[in-house]
Design a protein around this ligand. Structure first.
Ligand SMILES: Cc1cc2nc3c(=O)[nH]c(=O)nc-3n(C[C@H](O)[C@H](O)[C@H](O)COP(=O)(O)OP(=O)(O)OC[C@H]3O[C@@H](n4cnc5c(N)ncnc54)[C@H](O)[C@@H]3O)c2cc1C
Length: 241
């Protein structure tokens, strides 16, 4: 069921790369805006012809116990909403409903987990990782690997934040793998599937959370299920296209 339409004001806009922005919003006049890390909001705005369109965006922050949330999005060629949002200036208002979605950390069995993202698929993991490592009870006795894949180093969003969290928490492993790295790149090379295969190393007692474009999500599901013998319920995913 569709929830009430909310209004949110852009409070800060940060350029992450030539096509990608980090946007911070506060919901107006509603007290708290509650969500579970990993959920998305549905933004609804009119196109120039007056027709309304709605697009989903993962919340890229952990809940702060107030009315604030962040988004991380990239410009899609010829797309309306992504460019509309990327062009907003602080003070602008948008309309949205939500939060929605089941791409959230499973409660219960507390297994070691892989978080796998490409591009702006990193958004829900920023919220999840901050939530996990803000509170010992959320992460203790578990290992987490965040595997982020992109082409070039300039597209490694939130790198410093994740590196700091990895330095402070021995059970958080942050792995960036570049598919088109220049010679001076000293980190991992190749695709997220290559890193996932190495980390899993024959284990079947883990879970994987996967977010990004369908081609990558399908490749990871194929790897984990068909090649490595995982059950499909161990793989939780969000597809952006
Ligand atoms: C649950 C969910 C959460 C999402 N969260 C995010 C998010 O946090 N950040 C984000 O940037 N996008 C996210 N998306 C994608 C977003 O909803 C829009 O599809 C995207 O912004 C394009 O919208 P548009 O109106 O600009 O272009 P449209 O005209 O709707 O799309 C143009 C084409 O681009 C494809 N496309 C969609 N997303 C992408 C993409 N990221 N890169 C390249 N091509 C794409 C579409 O399949 C379509 O064919 C999410 C999608 C879903 C379903």
């Amino acid at each position: 069921m569709e929830k009430d339409l909310l209004t949110a004001r852009l409070t800060r806009s940060v350029i992450l790369s030539d096509r990608t922005k980090h946007l911070e919003f506060e919901v107006i006049g509603n007290g708290r805006f509650d969500f579970i890390p990993g959920q998305f909001v549905s933004v609804r705005e009119p196109k120039p012809d007056g027709k309304f369109i709605t697009r989903a965006y993962s919340v890229a922050s952990a809940p702060h116990g107030d009315n604030r949330f962040d988004l991380c999005l990239n410009r899609v060629d010829e797309g309306f909403m992504s460019n509309y949002l990327c062009d907003l200036e602080p003070g602008a208002e948008i309309h949205l409903h939500g939060p929605y979605g089941h791409f959230v950390i499973k409660e219960g069995d507390r297994r070691d987990a892989l978080f796998i993202a490409t591009g702006t698929g990193i958004a829900p993991f920023r919220g999840m990782v901050h939530w996990l490592f803000d509170n010992l009870e959320h992460h203790q006795d578990r290992q987490f690997w965040l595997i982020y894949g992109t082409r070039h180093p300039q597209d490694i969003y939130y790198r410093e934040e994740f590196e700091k969290l990895a330095a402070a928490n021995p059970n958080f492993h942050y792995i960036v793998t570049l598919s088109r790295a220049a010679d001076d790149w000293t980190g991992a090379r190749g695709y997220v599937q290559d890193r996932a295969r190495e980390i899993v190393n024959g284990r079947t007692d883990m879970e994987a959370y996967v977010c990004g474009l369908n081609q990558m999500v399908s490749a990871i599901r194929h790897l984990l299920k068909d090649e490595l013998g995982w059950d499909r319920h161990q793989i939780i995913y969000e597809r952006y296209d």
